[in-house]
Design a protein around this ligand. Sequence first.
Ligand SMILES: Cc1cc2nc3c(=O)[nH]c(=O)nc-3n(C[C@H](O)[C@H](O)[C@H](O)COP(=O)(O)OP(=O)(O)OC[C@H]3O[C@@H](n4cnc5c(N)ncnc54)[C@H](O)[C@@H]3O)c2cc1C
Length: 540
Amino acid sequence: MFDYVIVGAGSAGCVLAGRLSEDPNVQVLLLEAGPPDTKENVHVPLGYLQLAGTDVDWDYHSAPERECYGRRIPLPRGKVLGGSSSVNAMVYIRGNRRDYDDWGVPGWSSPELLPYFLKAEDNERGASRWHGAGGPLPVSEGRSGNLMSRAFVDAGAQAGLQRNDDFNGDEQDGVGMYQVTQRGGQRASAAVAYLHPAMERENLTVMPYMHVERVLFEATRAVGVQATQLGQAQEFRAEREVILCGGAYNSPQLLMLSGIGPADHLLMREIEVLLDQPAVGANLSDHAATQLVWTTPEPESLLLALEPAALAEYEATQTGPFTSNLAEAGGFARVGEGAPAPDVQFHFAPVHIVDEGMSDPQAHGVWVSPCVLTPHSRGSVRLASSDPTAKPIVRNEFYSAGDDMQRMIAALRLTLDICGQPALRPYCAEPFNTPDGESDDAMRAHVARTTFAVYHPVGTCRMGEGAEAVLDAQLRVNGVEGLRVVDASVMPVVPRGNTNAPTIAIAERAADLIRGRSTELEAAAATANGAPRQAAATPL
Ligand SMILES: Cc1cc2nc3c(=O)[nH]c(=O)nc-3n(C[C@H](O)[C@H](O)[C@H](O)COP(=O)(O)OP(=O)(O)OC[C@H]3O[C@@H](n4cnc5c(N)ncnc54)[C@H](O)[C@@H]3O)c2cc1C
């Protein structure tokens, strides 16, 4: 018998397990479908390139994408302690303050969320107006030292963009090097940050290889979950709450398997309807990105990791290619007319990416990827069958609404401009994967051929008010008792940037909500530490 049963040890689940078990008077159970995070490739940053398609990846693919020649886009998700934070690219970005203010959900505006970003953070630059130090989540400068990543930043400046050495500081616009969730050249997943330090607590039980199949109800109250471990069915009871942290694909899947979702869809899958809730699995938004690849004769790329010297450097000083998070540099720009905040993000990697990163590079090269922020397009997550082990059907519907395609074409042109600047030109020597011409049609064809997801799905169990919300502002599932969702799926709209830090901040605040602690107290504490209550000119 546990007080809290948490489903999924990903970015959010690890935060909750760590925070809730700080109270010795509650018993916390954390169930994870995947294995412990013991693989070396989880911890050596560059190693994550080898994790796609292995036992630590759910290995999902989208349904055929209409605007992308019907391609099925790979959608990796972490299936391991740490979840996607154990397999992600480690870029530390919070988003723009407008993102949270525009959500319009009480308690989740940018000034209300900022204290939780600071509380989570241990930035090696130290505490400041916009940064926390001493929190569980290490944030560091990249240590790869790659010349081509720096050249991207110089080229961005030559193309007229401002330099920005802190995208989470005063302003988000500009080009610069990304800070990463690493410490000492090692990945700092949510498991490393929040779970490992709590593992020895007597009131925390962590069970890997435990696939939760559905939530158990007594009338409309969630009282536990049914799961299987190595083929053996088990049930776990929750005295207080069941908390779903399965991520933006699996949390709506679990709700639907438990009878909460669109009634017609559930009936088609022969699932008994507990609650007709059409919003479950709807409103999927993710960042669509396209990519440009060149080869270069300069022997500067991450292919150097294959040289014995790279391993020696990593072992001696924890620097060099093995510490690369791939997307070492990047930035934010505006291409839409009158955009009130950045509407494009760049990721630059000093590597020749082939086959969407699924095959090893054979040459030196560079990869530049613009993605459209604040997309209008919305997709969905639906059940393929009532079998809990069946992969859900994920429809991104990229470029299906608004000006998403036009903005992507504009972003592509801006990227080509950057790559043509003197600082980067020597590294963009031979086109490998670039548009066939300069016309809109050529650009559109390139977008359709090369689009991939930046792996930032959100919105499928959105919080808020009204019929479109699955959750109330306290993240409780509307219409039932004893059940919350806490993960990236709760975000009504995807923020401008990468989603790991926002998910962690959301889980930090959720832990306070669950413990019934006053969020005002947290805000006051942060103010005392120098963080302003009104985040006037900041990205967050
Ligand atoms: C390849 C990749 C690169 C990325 N790069 C970046 C980046 O550079 N920066 C950034 O900020 N963000 C990045 N992201 C996104 C970021 O990692 C995610 O937004 C974030 O980790 C989501 O956290 P979550 O808690 O919602 O879900 P997850 O971290 O995915 O956690 C869900 C957990 O639930 C478990 N689970 C699911 N279903 C069940 C079940 N039925 N039973 C038991 N357990 C279950 C899963 O195995 C998993 O451990 C990336 C993501 C990917 C996949």
